[in-house]
Design a protein around this ligand. Sequence first.
Ligand SMILES: Cc1cc2nc3c(=O)[nH]c(=O)nc-3n(C[C@H](O)[C@H](O)[C@H](O)COP(=O)(O)O)c2cc1C
Ligand code: SF4
Length: 510
Amino acid sequence: MNVCVPCDSTAVSIGADEVADALTRNDPAITVKRTGSRGLYWLEPMVEVERDGQRIGYGPVTAGDIPGLLDALRSGDTGHPLCVGDVEALLESQGQRRLTLRRTGVVAPGEWADYVANGGTEGLRKALDMEPQSIVDAVKESGLRGRGGAGFPTGIKWQTVHDAEATPKYIVCNADEGDSGTFADRMLMEGDPLALLEGMTIAGLAVGAEQGYIYLRSEYPDAHRMLERALESARTNGMLGDSVLGSGRAFDIEVRIGAGAYICGEETSLLESLEGKRGMIRFKPPLPAIQGFLSRPTVVNNVITLGTVPTILAEGAEVHSSLGMNKSRGTLTIQLCGNVARPGLYEIPFGVTLGHVINDLGGGCASGRPPRAVQVGGPLGAYMPVERFDTPMAYEEFGEAGGMIGHGGVVVFDDTVDMAAQARFALEFCSIESCGKCTPCRIGSVRGQEVIDRITDDDDREANIALLRELCETMIEGSLCAHGGMAPYPVLSALNHFPDDFEPRTTAAV
Ligand SMILES: Cc1cc2nc3c(=O)[nH]c(=O)nc-3n(C[C@H](O)[C@H](O)[C@H](O)COP(=O)(O)O)c2cc1C
Ligand code: SF4
């Protein structure tokens, strides 16, 4: 019997290793394959039993469940209470369309034969037969936009680096994943790291770079281990090195570990850190595409952006451009968490509504209470009230509703949330993580916390609300980068949608 058990760090943190041990202890004839996670986190640890060409899921499973589960499987009993049926069918029933995470949860991470047997290297092999400009054109045609937050068109960024004359050029993968409630990058790196390496190699071929760097946050030791395993596998099998898959074209990748600063996720700060300096924001222009790493033309792309590229090359730009809505093409890796019954990762074409994600996919709040606010797009994203649940999850449409898609993190709060405290937290986070280069962010974020305290202490309330709005305006207009420039959005959205929470503490509704 073949059984898959995730080695994804979320699953491991709640007992997946113990489940794997219990399987082999109870039946040494069982072959246990460790995979990434499918992202159905409310079912973790979930085991998948291979039967008649399908993978039947059971979850959440504890080590103590294993003897009973094995008895049921041996007797052909498919009605086990933890059975969730065919996992692929379950993902499909949720409307998932896995382009980026197609192998995550399916293959053994970093195992070359498994990777190739499941479509790995198909995109790279096609790219090796194409002119660099044709690769850039394919990415443009796909409509792929950066998944790291800003949603900038990837093909246009690649074109700039392709056209730049200075050499050498570099590919830098932003794997800092600092946004609250996000884990898609980690899931891909832990579950299908070779896809990221393949995407970076294709980017190198497209723009004429021979060296790539993955800037990985230090808080991801398991992803680091998987990436190193994948790098070794890719070099041993000729995907990386002096002659990529025997083409005579060179490309290699190195992992560099960050030191836990949120601001090092911003691309210019990341490049400073990658060069061994303190992570401070650089003025733009020049853009990193013109003068990036070591002042050379550099593609900086997010993990999910680069991880999507192999599928686009393998299956054609159309497979990506045909999904989604308006200018948001392809799929969004929605990371659903916070107070929600079914947290996890849902890879869904752009355009589903926020309400569908929270209520239909997520099953509402885990507390059983009604949802009240949702923060989308990380700590700098606006809080969306229930009245905006009809907003489509797409870049422009979400922006028009006052929100930000960002990296696709969705954090749910029920009706017990204190939105004044959340607004204060946004500014506290901004002040702690500020690089300190400009005054509106460095000083404004501290003063903003004091002003909120005065509002909730009923100290000249109306005047301080006006002052808070003015301060937010100054930060938006005067900050050098989006850290200080966007931190006011959660504050203003809390103030605008939940004014009752800014009542004096003694009479507050919460
Ligand atoms: C404060 C701040 C933090 C950021 N953190 C990240 C991050 O952790 N990961 C990421 O990919 N992009 C992050 N970004 C966005 C990057 O600056 C950049 O836009 C992105 O890496 C470009 O890749 P993409 O085009 O593939 O999205 C951040 C931006 C800001 C302003
Ligand atoms: S806005 Fe904040 S993080 Fe950005 S440059 Fe200014 S001080 Fe640094």
